[in-house]
Design a protein around this ligand. Sequence first.
Ligand code: SF4
Length: 457
Amino acid sequence: MLDGTTAEIKERSALRINPAKTCQPIGAMYAALGIHGCLPHSHGSQGCCAYHRSQLTRHYKEPVMATTSSFTEGSAVFGGMANLTTALQNIFSIYNPDIVAIHTTCLSEVIGDDIPTIIKKAREEGKVPEGKYVIHTNTPSFVGSHVTGFSNMVASIIKYLAEKTGKTNDRLNIIPGYVDPSDMKEIKRLLGMLNVSSIILPDTSGVLDTGLDGNYAMYPKGGTTVDNIKSMGDSFATLALGHFASHAAATQLENKCNVPAGFLELPIGLTGTDRFINAVRQYATIDIPESVEEERARVIDLMSDLHQYLHKKRVAIAGDPDHVIAMTQFLVDLDMEPVYVVTGTPGQFFERRINEIVKSTLPEFKAKQAGDLFEMHQWMKQKPVDLIIGNSYCKHIARVENIPLIRFGFPIMDRGTHRLFPTVGYAGAARLINEMVNALLDKKDRECEEQWFELIQ
Ligand code: SF4
C-alpha cells in the first residue's frame, strides 16, 4: 500500500499525509465519559458525532454513548441554539443523565454559537431539571488535536464544578492524562499500595473496560462522581500527568481553588514511574512500602536480563505527545535509540523536550511536532529502524518495510486487549519490555539462517 513512499523529502507546510493525530472532540468525548453518569453531547452535525463515537468504540471495544445537536443546513445558516435547547430537553427526559458535557465541532465553532448563553437559556426555560448539570468546552478541530480536546474538556470540568469550602482534606488529585482505562486503574492500584487517598479525573476505568454480565448499563459504575469533582477544590495537591493533556486542568484548579499543582510526565517506563512515585511520596509525606520497591526491582531485573536484545536497537516512535515523550525516556533508559520521534499534535514543547531527553545519548535523531507518518516513513527509507512504536496507523509502514510494530497509544483498532493491560507504572514497563523483546526475537527466529536458529536465547 505504501510501496511508492520515496526517501526524497520535499518540504511541506500546508499538507499532512497520514497525520499522527485526530480531531479535538474525540478527546473531549473520551474525557466526558470519565465522569460518572455523564452523557457527552456533540454540538454539530450527526456525521461528526458518529465518527467520534466509532473511533472510541474501535479502540475500547465498548459501546460509546453520545448525543448530537443534529445540525442541518438551517443550523449552519441560523445557528445551533434551537437544536441545542431541544436536545437538552430530550436528553434529560429520555436518557436522564446526571450531567451533560457539551463539546463543539468545526461547524458550530465557525458559526460562533455561544454555548454558555444557550445553556443559561435552556435552564431558564426549565429544560434542565433541578440538580442536573450541563457543562461545555470549545473544541474547534481546525487547531490542535484530540489531545487538545481532552485537555480542554478536563479543564472545563474543573472550571464548572470544582469548589473550595476552605477545609482542606487528605486527598491528592490526579489528572492522569489521555490514557486507557487500564492505566487509570493501575495508577489507582499504585496509590492504594502507597496508602494515599485520591481523586482521579477523568476516570474511564469501570466505564470503557466493563465486563459482559448480560446486563446493559447506560451509565456504568465507573467514572469520577460530580461530588468528588466538586471536592477536588479541597484536596491538598494535584499531580498533572502529561504536559499536553493535563497541565491546563491542574493550572485551572490552582487558579480557581488554590490547590498546589505538580507537573509530571506520564508514568510510563522506569524513570517516569519513579518520578511519579517520588512525587506522591513528597506531596503525601509517606514512605515507600516494600511492595512497591519489589515491583520496581523486578523491572530492573528484566531490564538487566534482556538488555542484550534491546541495546542499540533503532526505534521510530509516533503518537500523542505525552505518550511519545514518556516512551522516548523509557527507550533511553533501556539503552535503545529513539532515532525518529513524531507527534501530530502541535506544540514546540514537544521538540524541546525530546531534544533534552535524547541529545546526550544520541547525536543523530529527528523529532517533529505537527508531523505526519509519511515523513517518518521517508526518514526510515533513508536509514531503517529495527522497531516501530505507535498506533494502528503505523501498520502499513511496518508491513511494507518488514519492521515489527509495537502497538502503543491511541487509536489501536486492529487488536483487542490493550484496554485491559496498563502501559503505566512498573507493571506497564514490564509489559512494554515483554512486547519489544518478543517482537524483535520473533522476527529474528522467522528470518535468521538455520545455524542461528537457537532454541535458547
Ligand atoms: S474535523 Fe471537524 S468536521 Fe471533521 S469530524 Fe472532527 S469536528 Fe467534525
